[in-house]
Design a protein. Structure first.
Length: 118
């Protein structure tokens, strides 16, 4: 599928030209952490980022099914839980992910404050 690959590259270049996110992401990924400061405390920032991505992805998927009107909201949740394959799991991931995200961000904030990091 060379056509599909080329279209994907063109789409990436379109976003990169407008947003310019490539250089900061590469710089962040290549940033070296000094050995004397690396520990398990430095996991919480990355964990918060992963949970944020999880919330965005599951939120978009849930928005495809959920109906916001007062008369149809409950029936759309029932449809998601009982008729969509693994819909209950998607909804649970979104719900539990929000709880974990709050906890991880609070731990990360306390860690940054405690270690006087910027």
């Amino acid at each position: 599928m060379p056509g599909l690959r080329q279209r994907g590259i063109e789409l990436y270049n379109w976003f990169e030209q407008r947003l310019g996110l490539g250089a900061p992401v590469i710089e962040m990924a290549e940033h070296e952490v000094p050995e004397n400061t690396s520990s398990w405390w430095y996991v919480f920032g990355s964990a918060a980022t992963v949970l944020l991505v999880l919330q965005v992805v599951t939120g978009i998927l849930l928005a495809l099914v959920y109906e916001t009107s007062a008369s149809h909201a409950w029936s759309s949740l029932q449809f998601l839980d009982h008729n969509v394959k693994l819909g209950w799991f998607l909804r649970a991931m979104h719900g539990w992910g929000s709880d974990f995200m709050v906890a991880v961000v609070l731990v990360h904030m306390a860690q940054v404050f405690y270690f006087r990091s910027l």
